[in-house]
Each structure stands twice: as C-alpha cells, then as structure tokens.
Design a protein around this ligand. Structure first.
Ligand SMILES: [Zn+2]
Length: 63
C-alpha cells in the first residue's frame, strides 16, 4: 500500500484524537471524513510532498 500513511488528528467537534489514513499519492487534497468518535463530518486538509505527509489539519464542516 504505497503512499498510505497513518496519522493522528484532533477532531474539531469532540476534541478526541482520531486516526486517519492519509493517501500521500496526491500532493494536496481536501476531503470529508466522519469522526470515529462523535460521527460528525470533519473537513480534512492534507498536504504531501514526495509521498510523505507534510501537513494535516481538520476543521468542522459547520464553520
Ligand atoms: Zn469527533
């Protein structure tokens, strides 16, 4: 599974730390993933460089 990295992100809704799988075959992407704790959608922004995770941030979809 090349390009996949497991990373941790704090949920902007419940503040729990959740595990996300980042697909680093794409340089920059934004997608929505449901929090595994509170099930609310989180907009995840992912930046990768040369297949390595550079930046990972999450924000609430409501804002
Ligand atoms: Zn949550």
């Amino acid at each position: 599974m090349q390009g996949l990295e497991t990373a941790h992100l704090q949920c902007p809704c419940c503040w729990e730390t959740i595990e996300v799988v980042a697909d680093c075959s794409v340089a920059e992407q934004e997608y929505v993933e449901d929090c595994s704790v509170c099930c609310r959608p989180i907009v995840i922004t992912l930046v990768c460089h040369d297949g390595e995770l550079v930046e990972l941030s999450g924000r609430s979809e409501d804002e």
